[in-house]
Structures are given as structure tokens and as C-alpha cells.
Design a protein around this ligand. Structure first.
Ligand SMILES: [Zn+2]
Length: 392
């Protein structure tokens, strides 16, 4: 008897694709190492982005073990961010994504074993539903003709890609409040980009004129285009964490931070204000909102912070596991290059900056794992909530 099996191929040669070593255990069982990424000093290994395509799958069930998970965070070793709580997404068209339903986690190795009964010969799997430069370009093409939308290039990445700053407002700007939003300081956190898309679509909707009349929205939609393109995790092309290093200025090693800080500075130097800045992130574990150091020095931003926290908690699917918290002055005392964007911008300009982490695992308010439509919807809720918080 001849068994004709088409060769099963696993690819990562597309935007955002990433895997380490691929090991074939049998025709239907593969061990797939997460590539991971370390910083400029070969420390702080982060191993929580993988994104690959399978071609030539038959209808036979496949076992795909995701391995090489342990890492390090702020110089403390860990067993990895990928666990039983973080099943990946699967897509059969590269557009619609849903969570893999059958999997098990072995904490001893550790490994996450996916059991896939392929519905088609080709499918994609990713830690989170990907959102790439290509997704952003499509959104830009849709909205660039809107009279209330303006795009400028504020600098280039290490890899020579443009860094965009979007402005959304209606009419003159000077007397308005300004809300400054940042997405994807860390390239693996694609969930935050889906929120960003939901936010932008809401701000430009015909029935959202009030949001544009009352507030100037400044948006950096993609802080690390190089990382997103190569399927990176947390560091720019030179290995620098773009949500640390806000206390150093190095336009060669980290031109992204230089460009983003300059854009903020120029806005303020032109006589404008920033009433609230928010950088949105994802984690596998905690969901929380963090305000500026010491609540803005003696707590002057605490009323605003508490208002933001309360509105988001009451009116959105933001599901914090703890009350509003406030950043320390830096993340790693005594070590240069460890300030986050909100720490650095508070130190330099006294800005009321916030960092929001959203879990990619179970959301108690949704009662399930967050899917792409949940992220888009949260984007709408987010801009409505922030506008309310600064105009109240
Ligand atoms: Zn992050």
C-alpha cells in the first residue's frame, strides 16, 4: 500500500512571521521553538511571539508543541509568558482569527501542545491575532481622505521605516484639550493595535463629531514598525526596549524614542497642551492602569487618574485586578535606561501619562478570552471614556 502524504510545510517568510527551530517528531507531530528576543545586553529574553503558516496539511489531526518558553523580565528569570492561559489564535484566511480550542500545557518542560484538526490545507497560527504594518496601511488608505484626519512623519526607525503621528480633530486646536495615544511600543502586543484601530474608526465616524470638536487626538499608531515587520517581541532593531530608555537620549541606537519625544516636545513648545497621555499594552497576566510617578508629584494628577480609572471600570470591558496604581520614578533604580514613557515624560515635561495593560488571557467581564471584535469595541469605549475624563 502506498500512502500519499503531501509534504507539510511550516513557513514564517511573511510580515510578522516568527519561529525558532522546527523539529519534526512524526508526520503529524512537530516541536516548534519560540524564537524569543533579548535586549542590547543579551538579557531580559522575551519569548512570547510566534506566528507561522502551515501549508499542505491533510485532515489528519496535528500536534504542534510550542517550546523554548522560559525568559527573563526586568532581570528576573521566569518560566515564560506562554502558559495554559494563553492559547494562540488560528486563521484559515489570514483575516479572521479565533482562539485554538484544544490544547494542553505542560508546566514541567514547559510546553504548550496544540491539537489541530485542520479544516483546510493552509492555516496560520499566532500567539495573538496579528496586526502588522500592512494592516495599518490598509486603515490609513481608508481614512486618509477624511478632512478631520492629518498624518505627519515624525522620524525614521533604525530600519528606515517612517514613524507616523496622526492628528484627529475638527476645527481649530488651540483652545481644546489634547489626548495623546501611543500603540505598540512592544511589537508582540498586537491586541493593543486592534484597540487602536477601533479608537481611530470611532473618532472618525460621522456621529463622533463631538469627540473631534472637544479634543485634539494625537496618535502614534505604531511605535515599533521594525519590530512588527520582523515578528519581534519587545525590542527595537538595536535591542532597546522602547518602553524603557526614556531617560536616555540616543538618536542612533533608539531613533524611535527620540522622534516620539521630539513630537511631544514640539507640540508643547508650540503653545499646546497635553491633558492626558496613554500608552496601551498587553500582558498575559495582569490587567491594570498605572498613572504618573507619585500621582504627579504630591498627587496633583490623582483626581484625573481616579476619574479615568472609574469611568473605564464602569463603562468598558477593562477588567482591572487592582485599583489604580502609580509608577515609581523608574523601573530599575540605580540603572540608566530604565524609565518608561510615562516616567520619562513626567520627568521632562510634567505630563499626566498613563500606561494600560490589557490581558490576552481570560477577561472576567467578557466571561471568555478576548477576540478581535472585543478589542475593536474597547477602542470605541476607550476614546469615549478618555474624552469624558478630561472634559468633565
Ligand atoms: Zn508592553
Amino acid at each position: 500500500m502506498t500512502l500519499l502524504l503531501a509534504a507539510l510545510l511550516i513557513h514564517t517568510n511573511f510580515e510578522g512571521g516568527s519561529l525558532g527551530q522546527i523539529q519534526k517528531v512524526s508526520e503529524t507531530h512537530f516541536r516548534l521553538a519560540v524564537k524569543g528576543e533579548s535586549d542590547q545586553d543579551h538579557r531580559n529574553r522575551q519569548a512570547n511571539w510566534y506566528y507561522f503558516r502551515v501549508d499542505g496539511a491533510s485532515s489528519q489531526p496535528l500536534t504542534l508543541d510550542i517550546v523554548n518558553l522560559p525568559g527573563e523580565y526586568n532581570y528576573k528569570p521566569n518560566r515564560g509568558a506562554i502558559t495554559k492561559d494563553t492559547p494562540p489564535f488560528i486563521s484559515y484566511d489570514g483575516l479572521r482569527w479565533e482562539h485554538v480550542k484544544t490544547y494542553e500545557y505542560d508546566p514541567v518542560e514547559p510546553k504548550l501542545s496544540l491539537h489541530i484538526a485542520p479544516a483546510k490545507a493552509t492555516f496560520w497560527i499566532a500567539h495573538c491575532a496579528p496586526y502588522t504594518n500592512e494592516n495599518l496601511a490598509k486603515l490609513r488608505d481608508e481614512i486618509r481622505g477624511n478632512a478631520d484626519f492629518h498624518e505627519q512623519t515624525i522620524g525614521k526607525t533604525v530600519g528606515g521605516r517612517d514613524l507616523a503621528l496622526w492628528t484627529i480633530t475638527h476645527g481649530e486646536s488651540k483652545s481644546k484639550k489634547t489626548i495623546w495615544l501611543m500603540f505598540r511600543q512592544h511589537s508582540w502586543e498586537s491586541g493593543s493595535s486592534w484597540v487602536g484601530e477601533g479608537a481611530v474608526r470611532t473618532l472618525l465616524a460621522s456621529d463622533s463629531r463631538r469627540l473631534r470638536q472637544e479634543v485634539v487626538w494625537k496618535i502614534i499608531p505604531l511605535c515599533d514598525p521594525d519590530g512588527v515587520a520582523r515578528g519581534g517581541v519587545r525590542f527595537n532593531a538595536n535591542g532597546f526596549d522602547l518602553n524603557r530608555n526614556w531617560d536616555v537620549v540616543d538618536p542612533i541606537k533608539m531613533p524611535e524614542i527620540t522622534a516620539q519625544r521630539n513630537a511631544v516636545k514640539q507640540w508643547l513648545d508650540s503653545g499646546n497642551r497635553i491633558d492626558l497621555l496613554l500608552s496601551l499594552h498587553n500582558t498575559e497576566t495582569g490587567e491594570y492602569l498605572e498613572g504618573p510617578p507619585d500621582g504627579g508629584g504630591n498627587g496633583k494628577f490623582k483626581p484625573l487618574a481616579e476619574r479615568v480609572f472609574q469611568i473605564l471600570s464602569e463603562h468598558t470591558t477593562f477588567a482591572p485586578a487592582q485599583p489604580i496604581r502609580y509608577a515609581e520614578e523608574t523601573t530599575t533604580p540605580g540603572k540608566a535606561g530604565r524609565m518608561t514613557v510615562i516616567q520619562g515624560l513626567y520627568r521632562d515635561f510634567g505630563i499626566a501619562g498613563f500606561l494600560m495593560e490589557q490581558r490576552v488571557s481570560y477577561n472576567a467581564k467578557l466571561g471568555r478570552l478576548p477576540e478581535v471584535p472585543d478589542r475593536l469595541k474597547f477602542g470605541a469605549e476607550l476614546v469615549q471614556s478618555l474624552a469624558k475624563a478630561v472634559t468633565q
